[in-house]
Design a protein. Structure first.
Length: 93
């Protein structure tokens, strides 16, 4: 997002479009603030997971296999329906 704001800001500056440059400056500030909030949220989640021991790995039954604590992400079975490819056009009959 910031890359595109910078790109369009340079182009607007080149074309002497000062109002556009000002609007893009406002959007740049908003995007940077959103990135900082997201970074703070991630740090808070990381701290919380470490505080509850979720970031550590355990060794199960001493056989060398380590399992992460917490819920497992399960993949759909091989025969599951694929995601929709959008509406289909009616075919000839």
């Amino acid at each position: 997002m910031l890359f595109h704001i910078e790109l369009w800001s340079r182009e607007a500056t080149r074309q002497n479009r000062t109002q556009i440059v000002e609007l893009l400056d406002v959007e740049r500030v908003k995007a940077k603030a959103a990135m900082e909030r997201a970074h703070e949220d991630l740090e808070a989640l990381k701290w919380r997971s470490e505080a509850f021991g979720e970031g550590k790995e355990e060794v199960a039954s001493g056989d060398g296999w380590s399992f992460r604590r917490g819920p497992l992400l399960l993949l759909p079975p091989g025969g599951a329906r694929p995601h929709s490819l959008g509406p289909r056009r009616p075919g000839r009959r």
